[in-house]
Write a new protein. Structure first.
Length: 133
């Protein structure tokens, strides 16, 4: 049982989630959660004493909703940080490499009848030539 409990505790530490464990000997449930979450719960005022069941349920749902939102924000921040690191690594790799031939503009050779334009000029936009009808 102790190795299973150790695995469950390790899992909650990795994920930051809460875990409900049923103690078959005592017939009670135990909640395993990170200490920081427990401290936040302990710091909250105990306003649930005069609440009805529906009000208490609503309060619990709001607390869970806030916790999930905080967790999602943390995960989003982690993804954004990882993405920034990936982009920085790729950018540094690209700046350290020799420029490829694809990064150079391709020269556009014009027909002989358009002598007023340089023959091997580099044109950024396509040129459409009209023939007389």
């Amino acid at each position: 049982m102790s190795s299973t409990l150790d695995r469950l505790i390790t899992l909650t530490q990795k994920t930051g989630d809460r875990l409900v464990v049923h103690d078959t000997r005592e017939g009670k449930e135990v909640v395993i959660l990170p200490l920081s979450v427990y401290e936040e719960l302990a710091d909250r005022p105990k306003a649930s004493a005069g609440l009805s069941t529906d009000e208490l349920e609503e309060q619990i749902n709001q607390a869970i909703s806030l916790w999930r939102e905080k967790k999602e924000q943390e995960e989003e921040q982690e993804r954004a940080t990882a993405l920034e690191q990936d982009v920085a690594a790729e950018t540094s790799q690209l700046t350290n490499d020799e420029p490829s031939s694809l990064s150079k503009p391709i020269p556009f050779v014009l027909h002989e009848r358009n002598k007023n334009i340089k023959e091997e000029s580099i044109i950024e936009e396509p040129v459409f030539l009209e023939e007389p009808v």
